[in-house]
Design a protein around this ligand. Structure first.
Ligand code: AMP
Ligand code: ZN
Length: 118
């Protein structure tokens, strides 16, 4: 746990969140500033990496957690609200406009998205 990390504090229950799904090692919750009618963040409960840049897939625990995150993405996108399609996003670094440096992916749905992204 990193003391000043918002997502670590959400996982610890120090900051309230609207959980959507969870496993032992992964939490999915609603984004506080939704960019679409459905906007869910999927994060590892433990601060294993700041982003995909430093996720180490040669470490079997980290690889398992990443797979578990994708499993949770599949779970939260099963409902009818996702039947027309959805988008999976990971913002990386300054140009990617990453704002929270705790590994996470965004699941967005409920509207037609533009391409290329802005
Ligand atoms: P990123 O900009 O890709 O790092 O994504 C971080 C996301 O975390 C943003 O979409 C924020 O709206 C969201 N966020 C920040 N604080 C909270 C919070 N307390 N609860 C839920 N989502 C949050
Ligand atoms: Zn963290």
């Amino acid at each position: 746990m990193s003391g000043d990390c918002i997502f670590c504090r959400i996982v610890a229950g120090e900051i309230p969140s609207q959980a959507v799904s969870e496993t032992d090692r992964v939490l999915a919750f609603r984004d506080i500033n939704p960019a679409a009618p459905h906007h869910i963040l999927v994060v590892p409960k433990r601060h294993i990496a700041d982003s995909l840049v430093d996720l180490n897939l040669d470490d079997s625990e980290q690889a398992d957690i990443w797979a578990e995150m994708i499993r949770v993405v599949q779970t939260v996108t099963k409902g009818v609200d996702f039947s027309n399609g959805w988008r999976l996003v990971s913002n990386i670094g300054d140009d990617g406009r990453q704002s929270v440096y705790h590994l996470h992916v965004h699941v967005l749905a409920g509207r037609l998205f533009g391409w290329p992204p802005g």
